[in-house]
Design a protein around this ligand. Structure first.
Ligand SMILES: *Cc1c(COP(=O)(O)O)cnc(C)c1O
Length: 383
């Protein structure tokens, strides 16, 4: 029998979250409601491209970084828009974009040069990206309009089709003033330029009124984490926003015993039992993607009862406090995060990280089960 660890991907939760986010936008935003690029980069935040294509069937488009992931969407039957958030990397990619009708971001002069030197059979749709203050990708404000003009020239030549404007926020989750500043730069720099606009990630999409304040063309929001049931905010849980976890990481106890008073648990003897403590060993460790730096106290659920991790996480195992779960025994079900357990955000916080990282880091050796929708009842998916 394989180790009992399992990552279950809930396709109906993906659909539910998309519907919830779209519902919030139609309540609070402009008429018509912004279109939604469902962001499925990084193997759909660890959930798998194919389940994401099924769960996000109602999205207006899918956005990712990796050309191979875009091609997999087409092969899985997605015929709608696809957006490469970082655009293409070399001239040969342009042919693939052309063949599969993939929309590209254009964030640097080198990409414009490659397009100017290239040839396409069908005009490619594109978003020209502005660096409005995050200082990662995008044209600087003083270079943007010239870049946009070059994109419009490419449009006139039939190399580009629709051309739009995009930018990305650095602090939409925690600093409204900073975010308003970036939005102001975006509005000033793109003033009067034709085409659709795309600025909002999850945090901005979920911020009341923010999407409604974006003008300048047809709007496309770009939510990611919230569609998987994670929260981009420290202080607002996903559950409080009506979102459902799309991934459950579960396992079982493979041993139980009592640590005597003064006994210490695991590598480094990081946890010392003050009194005799019954503990369970869980088949899940950092080689499964569970964070090694999860400290004593990190929440975990055994037999449906919330308890805590004790001592250091090892490669293949971790130890849970069974004090609140006297009925636990070998084989008892354990939820590391997801349905019936702590949220991935609750696990991430004491580890000093974010739910995004944990979801993306579930290891290839963890078997996957895709649950619901048109998905096969059980399939082993490479991540
Ligand atoms: C990852 C990403 C998003 C989605 O971010 P979330 O915080 O997961 O909503 C949107 N736009 C770009 C450019 C991204 O890289």
């Amino acid at each position: 029998m394989p180790r009992p660890i399992l990552a279950t991907v809930h396709v109906p939760a993906l659909s539910h979250n998309l519907e919830t986010v779209a519902g919030m936008l139609s309540r609070s935003a402009t008429v018509p409601r912004p279109s939604v690029w469902a962001v499925i980069k990084a193997n759909a935040y660890g959930h798998g491209i194919e389940p994401a294509v099924e769960g996000f069937a109602q999205a207006d488009g899918l956005a990712m970084l990796d050309l191979d992931e875009a091609v997999r969407c087409r092969e899985h039957g997605w015929s709608g828009p696809l957006l490469l958030l970082e655009g293409f990397f070399e001239p040969a990619d342009i042919e693939v974009l052309d063949h599969y009708r993939i929309t590209t971001a254009i964030h640097c002069a080198e990409q414009l040069e490659m397009l100017e030197a290239g040839q396409v059979r069908h005009a490619l749709d594109a978003f020209v990206k502005l660096n409005s203050g995050m200082h990662r990708l995008g044209f600087q404000p003083d270079q943007y309009r010239a870049a946009y003009r070059r994109a419009l020239d490419l449009q006139a030549e039939g190399v580009l089709g629709a051309v739009g404007k995009m930018t990305h926020f650095a602090r939409a989750d925690d600093d409204p003033v900073e975010t308003a500043g970036q939005l102001r730069v975006f509005a000033q720099v793109t003033e009067g330029l034709p085409g659709p606009v795309s600025v909002c990630n999850s945090a901005a999409t979920l911020t009341e009124g923010l999407a409604a304040g974006v003008s300048g063309g047809e709007q496309w929001v770009r939510p990611g984490i919230c569609l998987y049931g994670g929260s981009p905010f420290d202080e607002r849980s996903a559950e409080s926003m009506g979102l459902r976890p799309a991934m459950t990481l579960s396992s079982r106890l493979i041993s139980t015993h009592t640590v005597p008073a003064g006994g210490a648990v695991g590598y480094g003897h990081c946890y010392v039992a003050e009194r005799a403590t019954r503990v369970g060993v869980v088949a899940c460790g950092y080689a499964d993607g569970y964070p090694r730096h999860a400290p004593t106290g990190t929440p975990i659920t055994v037999e449906g009862v919330r308890t805590r991790v004790l001592g250091r996480v090892s490669m293949d195992m971790l130890v849970a406090d069974l004090d609140p779960v006297p009925q636990a025994r070998v084989g008892s079900p354990v939820v590391l995060w997801g349905e019936g357990g702590p949220s991935v955000d609750e696990v991430a916080r004491p580890c000093g990280t974010i739910g995004y990282e944990l979801l993306c880091a579930v290891a290839p050796r963890v078997p996957r089960r895709v649950q619901g929708a048109g998905a096969a009842p059980s399939s082993d998916e490479g991540p």
